[in-house]
Design a protein around this ligand. Structure first.
Ligand code: FES
Length: 139
């Protein structure tokens, strides 16, 4: 699902300047990928070149309930390495992140976090986040 959030002004971060390596740890399993900016976007969810975009394009599950428009926190990821190469979070992203379980100082919304390719990046998808979404009981 993709779309726009009419209540949030989302700026488009610059694409990576060159190909770079990203490791995405999902359910304890590392997926080592090369992101080539010439092949972006991989999908239509979140910012072009975002962690969500990369996950979607490589069949790595990452929850994104709102479709990547900064209206949830289900795409919460932890940038273990390479945070300095990522765009700055907006106030709207920081507001949504406050709702994420297991928040850390290296937390970002996967749909808004776009590395610039200057260094390798290591991303962890927190298992508790995905499980919390899937185990929420319905009324
Ligand atoms: S998918 Fe909802 S904020 Fe990222």
């Amino acid at each position: 699902m993709a779309g726009t959030n009419p209540y949030v002004n989302i700026e488009t971060p610059p694409l990576p300047g060159q190909a770079y390596q990203i490791t995405i740890i999902s359910e304890g399993e590392p997926h080592v990928l090369t992101v080539d900016p010439r092949h972006l976007p991989y999908d239509r969810s979140g910012q072009v070149g975002s962690i969500l975009d990369i996950c979607e394009g490589n069949d790595i599950p990452l929850e994104h309930t709102c479709g990547g428009v900064v209206a949830c926190s289900t795409c919460h990821v932890i940038v273990r390495e390479g945070l300095e190469s990522c765009n700055e979070p907006t106030e709207d992203e920081l507001d949504q992140l406050e709702e994420a379980p297991g928040l850390t100082i290296k937390s970002r919304l996967g749909c808004q976090c776009v590395p610039n390719g200057s260094v390798p990046v290591v991303i962890e998808i927190p298992g508790w986040n995905r499980n919390a979404v899937k185990e929420t009981p319905h009324d």
